[in-house]
Design a binder for this molecule. Structure first.
Ligand code: ATP
Ligand code: MG
Length: 710
């Protein structure tokens, strides 16, 4: 196969300009990743470069394995051991080779976030500092940012420690590094920082790798941080064959230390750099590109480029205003059903949202219609740790003898109730024929130490109190009480990291789910709520490559889909609220929106709601400013056929007029004919169990399932 086949002029030039520094700066979908892949094949096949003299960096492991696959196809040969990998994997490989020079053993271990946090805890103890004031996750974040910019503890102290607290933070950083080394361990950020250190200190070692990596290629260059930049700069110094591809308009990891200056300064740092622009887009229709171009033109400080495509026409972009977030989900899912009926496969479709908490409404609606889905890059809503925790609390309140749930939360948040304590309580329970929860009340009668007894009893106290509230307060109020009384929320708040923030958002979203349930089912109680949740959270898992895809915009980078739904297009949500009064954050949000728009190949559907319950609050929403900036004169008015179920009608779905009974034959929009085998009363709705010829047994809501009695 000719390697230059299927490339346009500038792409060919980018592939064949093999020597010297090269910056390929190009918009989304213009073939940057494709160029890198062909370039590797070209170097090997035409330039006869040994595969081991090439280092190619991708942003994710998945992208690395895809790139390997493509190169293998182009070369018709295996490239298994080639250096096509992420920065982190490449650095591990280098460090296995050289870590001894830094005083580590070859067999050093790699700490993940939770290992790092326990180590920070132990450092705090060592230094006699209170974890309440020096929150471990927050500290790890600070240390991580320092490492991203290659600041060791000394530099960090010199540059940032100017008051009592920051001096202590510097000491924690120093102690943390000392302990890591003592334990022969490195955290994720060390992998990059230590590799750079190794190269800076040991010239012969550097020389060896400079000679090896004669050709260096980096994808998604706009999202590299300073440490990664230093690394490629130092490695490429000898041969100077460095090719980076990126799009300044798609830099979206500023909050993780990515430095957009790396792309803007490339020409200065690599004199004689050649710059190639790719402007033809092969991914999207002209209508989608116009939207992307219009939007991003609102950012200042760009290199400036415009995309075009030969793919004129295409369907109009759809803009849909929903009454609230549930109507939004209903509209999206009904459109998905329509698209599937028109021949799209469910995996052609992606729902993109700004924050993970937004997935809940869509998950529930898709589950209702038994449409398979995958939540990528994060767990399904009801599988997230904090949601499982709160559900376990509610289950114990409902039924204190539920041991599985009890064990999940007895030490969550941490109350010093360790495994030994639990063992003893369990033994006491077994020998006295009582439940574990009952046994906990008698902790004083066991051999536990006074401190352990205190921990257990304080837990029982809180739970007894919550149990006594159960029948007097609403479900949502009960959830709030649990979060307060157990200190769960407090601890998350004090962590103050993007991760803890997202957990809080999810919990608030859970409160919202409880409120919705109360509104729809005023007569139902906690037990019903829990039963309902069990149904939603129990959908079969899917094989890879099946089902509607759901993810945040961040995780969609580099991907493409025939159909893209961008949901929650509201000011304060997308752009996110903290960007509203900060120009820099706003520009990053706009780039994020640009990434979202440019994932679409054929159809782009944007939705927003007039009011939204999110994080447990109801807000009146303003459409996202990005919609105006996208500036489409004619959004499609009536994009999808009206469904048999009314998608536009606000408020509750009217109670079903059909009288369903066991034995009745019904026709379902997607699955064809089936027979009702069970009818369960669910308050204002009925749950129907139907056996379909096509798909077997399904449980559906009588109110909204697209059913007709035959
Ligand atoms: P992003 O900025 O989103 O990462 P990208 O610039 O890396 O995008 P690619 O993913 O490489 O773009 O390419 C986008 C799509 O266009 C892919 O489906 C790719 O196969 C196709 N494509 C790229 N160049 C050509 C070409 N010359 N002829 C046909 N198809 C092409
Ligand atoms: Mg790409």
């Amino acid at each position: 196969m000719d390697i230059l086949e299927g490339l346009n002029g500038p792409q060919k030039e980018a592939v064949t300009t093999t020597d010297g520094p090269l910056l390929i700066i190009a918009g989304a979908g213009s073939g940057k990743t494709r160029v890198l892949t062909h370039r590797i094949a070209y170097l090997i096949n035409v330039k006869k470069v040994s595969p081991y003299n090439i280092l190619a960096i991708t942003f994710t492991n998945k992208a690395a394995s895809e790139m390997k696959d493509r190169v293998e196809k182009l070369l018709n040969a295996s490239v298994k051991n080639m250096w096509i990998s992420t920065f982190h994997s490449a650095c591990v490989r280098i460090l296995r080779d050289g870590a001894e020079r830094l005083g580590y053993k070859r067999s050093f271990v790699i700490y993940d976030t939770s290992d790092s946090i326990s180590l920070i805890r132990s450092c705090l103890k060592e230094l006699n500092l209170d974890p309440k004031y020096y929150e471990p996750k927050g500290l790890l974040h600070t240390i991580s940012r320092a490492k991203d910019s290659l600041m060791d503890p000394d530099t960090f102290e010199k540059e940032t420690a100017n008051d009592f607290r920051s001096k202590n933070v510097a000491s924690i950083y120093r102690e943390y590094q000392r302990r890591l080394k003592q334990l022969n361990a490195m955290d994720f950020d060390d992998l990059i920082m230590k590799t750079v250190e190794l190269f800076k200190v040991h010239e012969d070692f550097l020389l060896q790798y400079q000679n090896m990596f004669r050709y260096i290629l980096v994808d998604e260059y706009q999202d590299t941080n300073r440490a990664q930049y230093e690394l490629i700069k130092i490695l490429s110094k000898r041969y100077n064959n460095i090719c980076v591809v990126g799009d300044d308009d798609q830099s979206i990891y500023g909050f993780r230390g990515a430095d957009i200056r790396n792309i803007l300064d490339f020409e200065r740092d690599f004199p004689n750099a050649k710059v190639i622009k790719l402007e033809q887009n092969y991914r999207s229709t002209q209508k989608i590109l116009n939207a992307a171009n219009n939007l991003i033109a609102h950012n200042k400080g760009r290199k400036g480029k415009k995309l075009w495509t030969e793919y004129e026409g295409g369907p109009d972009i759809v803009l849909y205003k929903a009454e609230d977030e549930r109507m939004e989900a209903r509209y999206v899912v009904s459109s998905i059903i329509d698209l599937i009926n028109r021949g799209y496969s469910s995996s052609d479709i992606v729902i993109l949202y700004r924050t993970n908490a937004q997935s809940r409404a869509f998950e529930e609606e898709l589950a209702q219609y038994q449409i398979g889905y995958r939540v990528v890059g994060s767990l399904r809503f009801y599988e997230r740790k904090e949601i499982k925790d709160i559900m376990s609390y509610l289950r114990v309140i409902q039924d204190p003898s539920d041991e599985v749930s009890l064990l999940r939360i007895i030490n969550e948040p941490s109350r010093g109730i360790g495994e030994k304590t639990i063992e003893q309580l369990t033994e006491y329970a077994r020998s006295n024929g009582i439940s574990l929860y009952e046994a906990a009340k008698f902790a004083g009668d066991t051999d536990l130490s006074a401190r352990q007894v205190k921990g257990v009893l304080s837990f029982v106290n809180i739970m007894d109190q919550l149990i006594s509230f159960k029948d007097d307060v609403s479900i949502s109020a009960l959830v709030e009480l649990v979060l307060q009384k157990t200190g769960y929320l407090e601890i998350l708040k004090s962590e103050n990291t993007p991760e803890s923030e997202s957990r809080i958002e999810n919990l608030n979203e859970f409160i919202g789910a409880a409120k919705e349930f109360e509104k729809d089912n005023p007569d139902l109680v906690l037990e019903d709520f829990l039963a309902n949740l069990a149904l939603v959270s129990d959908i079969d898992s899917l094989e890879d490559g099946e089902g509607v895809v759901m993810m945040t915009v961040h995780s969609a980078k580099g991907l493409e889909f025939p159909v893209v739904f961008m949901v929650g297009m509201e000011d304060g949500l997308f752009p996110i609220s903290r960007a509203l009064d900060n120009d820099e954050d706003m520009e990053e949000e706009r780039r994020l929106c640009y990434v979202a728009v440019t994932r679409a190949k054929e159809r782009l559907i944007m939705t927003y709601a007039r009011t939204r319950n999110l994080y447990g609050r109801t807000m009146v929403c303003i459409p996202s400013r990005f919609i105006k900036e996208i500036d489409i004169p004619d959004f499609a008015k009536e994009p999808f056929k009206k469904r048999s179920m009314s998608v536009e009608e606000p408020g509750k779905v009217a109670s079903s007029k059909e009288k369903y009974a066991v034995g009745m034959k019904v026709m379902h929009k997607m699955w064809g004919s089936g027979i009702i085998v069970q009818v369960k009363d669910m308050g204002s709705d009925k749950e129907l169990a139907i056996v379909f010829q096509s798909v077997g047994l399904k449980r559906l809501s009588a109110n909204i399932a697209p059913l007709k009695v035959e």
